[in-house]
Design a protein. Structure first.
Length: 344
């Protein structure tokens, strides 16, 4: 029970928060010493006054509608510091406004009249700390973006140098030029990933669908002089994985796609190359690259094959915790499957 005697006021005057009590008519029934200090309105001037006259912001009908369930059914109300930071205007010594969070609880007065107990908490130090943390996070994000940007530029420079060397070798050492072109494609895959990291949100994950789609289409356009004889089919599910795993997966995709372009149609035949990315279960991801070309040699066995491409692919597959296999013949072409766990 709340009365108007001094003994009743002493309890609330001892609290470190600003306290006021309203009745249903918005008349102030109590105004503690912290409220006096914060608002520079004395208890004598506040008691019995309509809060809407004393503080005009409460004329907004939203406050009456928010408080009605409290008076009717005893439902507490919170006016958060995010949307109602200055309900009770209070300037600090430095001239800025105090940031407040207001919790309104039901209270019974004399004759069981419903009352609203406002507890106004100063959250200024908390919000200042959050601002500093936010500033620190933004500064770190800027540094990370700068690192990504520099790595991307360095990779582009290396790619350009390799491209120039490959062009020179085409005149003298034709067998070496394609090797440099393949190396350049791998570096370009890394550069593309860092481009996406630089332009997107600072995070340790990447949109795998978007990355593979752009990577393979760029490779397709840059590798073939006549793209009309080969049809490219992409079916990529919208999945995300950690950046370090995306690097390995990008290199695998480049190696597989380059091999398909080089070996599936040796006579310049028309054909199809397909790339699929799906999630067969909640915790697994599957990458498939397949073509309808000449298929694998009859004696092909992964465990006995030590070509550079196979060694790279199987090594990268193990790196991301995956298992891979090749299937193929003259009738069905070649199909590669990689199954690996999604991010935990």
């Amino acid at each position: 029970m709340i009365g108007e005697g001094d003994n009743q006021f002493q309890l609330f005057d001892a609290l470190p928060e600003a306290i006021l009590i309203l009745d249903r008519r918005f008349q102030i029934r109590f105004w503690n010493r912290i409220m006096e200090q914060w608002t520079d309105i004395s208890r004598i001037d506040a008691l019995g006054r309509d809060l809407r006259i004393l503080l005009p912001c409460f004329k907004n009908p939203v406050y009456a509608s928010r408080l009605e369930p409290l008076f009717s059914d005893g439902v507490p109300v919170i006016f958060s510091s995010q949307f109602h930071p200055h309900l009770f205007p209070s300037r600090l010594v430095n001239g800025t406004w105090r940031t407040e969070q207001t919790i309104v609880s039901p209270l019974s007065g004399r004759e069981e009249e419903p009352l609203a107990l406002f507890t106004v908490i100063d959250v200024t130090p908390h919000t200042e700390t959050l601002k500093k943390l936010d500033g620190s996070i933004k500064e770190k994000e800027l540094l990370i973006r700068e690192v990504h940007h520099r790595v991307k530029n360095n990779l582009n420079l290396v790619s350009s140098l390799i491209g120039l060397q490959a062009e020179n070798l085409k005149k003298t050492e034709r067998k070496l030029a394609p090797i440099l072109d393949e190396l350049r494609a791998k570096i370009d895959s890394l550069s593309l990933l860092y481009t996406k990291l630089y332009k997107g949100k600072v995070t340790n994950s990447i949109d795998l669908k978007e990355y593979l789609e752009e990577l393979i289409e760029n490779l397709f356009q840059s590798t073939l002089s006549n793209t009309s004889r080969i049809s490219l089919h992409l079916s990529l599910a919208p999945l995300t994985i950690k950046t370090d795993r995306a690097i390995a997966l990008g290199l695998i995709a480049v190696e597989l796609f380059t091999n398909a372009l080089k070996h599936a149609f040796p006579g310049g035949e028309e054909g199809n190359i397909s790339v699929e990315l799906l999630s067969p279960s909640e915790h697994e991801i599957e990458l498939s690259v397949y073509d309808d070309g000449q298929g694998l040699p009859r004696d092909f066995e992964v465990q006995n094959c030590n070509t550079f491409g196979v060694v790279v692919i199987t090594g990268l597959a193990k790196q991301i915790g995956g298992n891979c296999c090749w299937e193929g013949n003259k009738e069905k072409g070649t199909r590669f499957r990689l199954l690996f766990p999604g991010d935990p």
